[in-house]
Design a protein around this ligand. Structure first.
Ligand code: DAH
Length: 339
């Protein structure tokens, strides 16, 4: 019976030496665990005379409570120390400079395309994307450019099979859309086009943005009004446009559209070769044969169409001299187009 006091002293002595909560736990188990000393005492009750048992039982229970108190108290201390150590070792120096992660940027072509989409979406245009691999029919024939038509030579075409080619112009999308959708139409069609062409301002792959508007009372004035809005939003609030007569098989009349020079504002400089104007796109009233080819009655409906090179717009907007800069993926160039 005197043992219990001794056991309590022994437990405290051992527990005080514990350096970690893990070690303390093991010591605790030595006393209070299933094979521990206190449990052994309880098991020994069998060998004690019946009248002594209640007193013995109480004593062992008191001991257990006492030990639990001791271990609880020491555990709190050990844990607090451990936490202190942990905090010290994991201390964060908030004054240290952060680790730098390089951030990417949108490609200037993507940016320009998105800006164009914004401008035209604001005027109610919807996006339509046609395929890059096209047939002669959609790329040429339906656009009023039959096989022997000299305009086919204007665009050096990559043929990839009999009557199958890489589209040379997003104009092919006009036909695909009109076959599916009846007027009124207000379509904007961005995409890649391909031509066997390669110099400072031409690349065998480049991007175009096509526009098509078809409705009952569309005139060339609507085209001009829309172009003015486009030039002001895309280049500068004082930008002007000018139409010059031109030729495309799918439009009649056809025009070439100039904007007041993006570098000098119209005074004349090396970019505009002293003229004050820069050519930015081709456009015109949709040729009645094109409407007929798509099952649209040209006596009921008229329309205008336009097509521009996205690289060209980006070059003018950002003062880029060489079209190749877009495709070399030199990050020093690309990093300049960040917000
Ligand atoms: N498809 C022409 C080209 O690639 C550009 C163009 C001109 C598109 C006049 C049009 C248009 O829609 O009306 O050069």
């Amino acid at each position: 019976m005197e043992d219990t006091e001794k056991i309590a002293v022994e437990a405290r002595e051992e527990a005080e030496k514990a350096e970690s909560s893990r070690a303390l736990y093991e010591i605790k188990m030595k006393f209070l665990g299933r094979t521990g000393k206190v449990t052994a005492l309880l098991k020994g009750m069998r060998d004690i005379a019946a009248e002594l048992r209640p007193a013995f039982g109480k004593k062992v229970n008191d001991l257990r409570e006492k030990l639990e108190g001791i271990f609880g108290e020491i555990e709190a201390r050990v844990k607090a120390k451990e936490m202190e150590k942990k905090l010290a070792s994991e201390k964060i120096d908030v004054t240290e400079p952060g680790r730098h992660t390089a951030q990417g940027a949108l490609h200037p072509i993507t940016r320009t395309r998105d800006e164009l989409i914004d401008v035209f979406a604001g005027m109610g245009f919807e996006i339509f994307e046609g395929p890059e691999i096209e047939t002669e029919y959609y790329n040429f024939t339906a656009l009023n450019t039959p096989a022997d038509h000299p305009a086919r030579d204007m665009q050096d075409t990559f043929y990839i099979g009999d009557g199958v080619l890489l589209r040379t112009q997003t104009s092919a999308g006009q036909i695909r859309l009109m076959e599916k959708k009846k007027p009124p139409i207000k379509m904007l069609s961005p995409g890649r086009v391909f031509r066997s062409d390669d110099d400072a301002t031409h690349s065998p792959m480049f991007h175009q943005m096509e526009g098509l508007v078809v409705d009952k009372t569309i005139t060339l004035c609507d085209l001009q009004g829309m172009l003015d809005e486009f030039a002001r939003k895309m280049f500068s609030s004082s930008a002007k446009t000018r139409l010059r007569p031109s030729y495309f098989p799918f439009t009649e009349p056809s025009v070439e559209v100039d904007v007041s020079c993006t570098a000098c504002g119209g005074k004349g400089c090396s970019l505009c070769k002293g003229t004050g104007w820069i050519e930015v796109l081709g456009a015109g009233m949709v040729n009645r044969h094109v409407l007929e080819n798509c099952g649209v009655d040209p006596d009921e409906y008229t329309g205008f169409a336009f097509g521009m090179g996205i690289e060209r717009i980006a070059m003018l907007k950002y003062g880029i001299r060489h079209i190749r800069s877009f495709f070399e993926n030199d990050t020093r160039f690309l990093q300049q187009f960040k917000d």
